[in-house]
Write a protein that binds this ligand. Structure first.
Ligand SMILES: Nc1nc2c(ncn2[C@@H]2O[C@H](COP(=O)(O)OP(=O)(O)O)[C@@H](O)[C@H]2O)c(=O)[nH]1
Ligand SMILES: [Mg+2]
Length: 343
């Protein structure tokens, strides 16, 4: 993973047979054959920046999630090296009750379309168990409105390409939404000792957000990272320290707790008035189109490094940074360094 301490990890699969079978039990669809290694689960409140974080970790602008309906079921994203594959291929899989669909795409827009579709409880109530009260788990419970519907069954998106050097699997989990117990239940179901867990904290105050609850569950996990997103504002109003204290308490004083502060900046959008060159996010899709996968990954790593430096510079006279609250996450550790020719 990407913390300073874990740089020495091989990043290779480390699930033993028993763990694998547990995973398989919990989720029959898991693409075990691939065995891409320990999966990384990203949890947090709604709009805290989970999807953005996933894009940066993968080094690929998947980003289908921010728009429209949102993430209403887990999305398992896998990067798979494939020496034969000159052009990016997306292999998708969705299996719900009696419905099964496996489809290959070459365009991200088509994948986005599929993801949108399986996340749409109005168009497809049959794919949301909570809307079908005859399902065992929901029998006898009260009616859920489509707007409040979430589901535990993931959709799978696998990206295959020859330039992928590090297999990786990330799970985007629906954000906690206030008063919706289903979202918490789904998030908690992924916070398992077998999984690496990333908790992304956004603008929510610990008294309002659901993240302290998730942090408590993360005590059982040996590999966890906590990311404070929107750090510019959160450091400025000193909520970052409050957040740290809340987490520390919920995690029973785990001594290895580090809060990684990041602020990705505005996503690129043509004509967006507030967008600033050299500060906010670039047009990743354009870079991908013009220069290829590796360039995107490099640019995304450089972006987080730049943003971390800006944070450090901006708050250098404040007392906020200590060895437990640090500016930036090191995205380069896993494979970015190799790409940039620094090794
Ligand atoms: N300005 C700014 N916007 C961000 C940042 N992180 C995420 N966003 C935007 O905030 C919105 C929510 O982020 P997203 O990653 O979709 O959050 P999620 O709901 O947790 O998956 C999106 O429009 C992002 O582009 C950030 O650090 N700064
Ligand atoms: Mg999201």
């Amino acid at each position: 993973m990407w913390t300073k301490d874990s740089k020495n990890d091989s990043g290779k699969p480390n699930l033993d047979a028993e763990q694998l079978s547990k995973l398989q039990d919990r989720n029959k669809l898991l693409d075990i054959l691939e065995n891409q290694g320990q999966q990384i689960v990203v949890v947090g409140d709604t709009s805290s920046g989970k999807s953005t974080t996933i894009n940066f970790l993968l080094g690929y602008p998947f980003n289908f999630v921010a728009q429209g309906i949102g993430t209403r079921r887990p999305c398992v994203m896998t990067l798979t090296p494939d020496p034969e594959r000159e052009k990016v291929l997306f292999r998708t899989k969705f299996q719900k009750n009696d419905y099964t669909k496996e489809e290959d795409f070459t365009s991200l827009a088509d994948v986005a379309n599929l993801v949108r579709n399986v996340n749409d409880p109005r168009a497809h109530p049959e794919w949301f168990d909570c809307l079908n009260l005859d399902r065992d788990a929901y029998r006898g419970q009260s009616m859920v409105r489509p707007d409040d519907a979430f589901d535990e069954t993931p959709v799978y998106v696998q990206l295959l390409h020859k330039e992928i050097d590090c297999p990786m699997r990330l799970v985007d989990v629906p954000g906690l939404s206030r008063g919706n117990r289903l979202t918490t239940r789904i998030a908690l179901s992924f916070i398992k000792p077998d999984n690496a867990v990333i908790l992304v904290i956004g603008k929510d105050h610990p008294n309002n957000g659901g993240f302290p609850h998730l942090a408590a569950a993360m005590r059982e996990c040996s590999r966890t990272i906590v990311v404070q997103n929107f750090a510019n504002t959160k450091i400025q109003d000193n909520q970052v320290s409050e957040n740290y204290s809340a987490l520390y308490e919920k995690m029973s004083g785990r001594t290895d707790l580090v809060l990684y502060c990041i602020d990705y900046g505005l996503p690129y959008e043509p004509g967006l008035p507030l967008w600033q060159e050299g500060y906010d996010q670039q047009d990743w899709h354009k870079i991908n189109k013009e220069q290829g996968l590796q360039s995107v990954r490099r640019a995304m790593v450089q972006h987080t490094e730049m943003r971390a430096k800006q944070l450090q510079e901006r708050f250098k006279d404040s007392q906020v940074f200590s060895n437990v609250i640090v500016p930036g996450i090191d995205l380069a550790g896993a494979s970015g360094r190799d790409d940039s020719g620094m090794t």
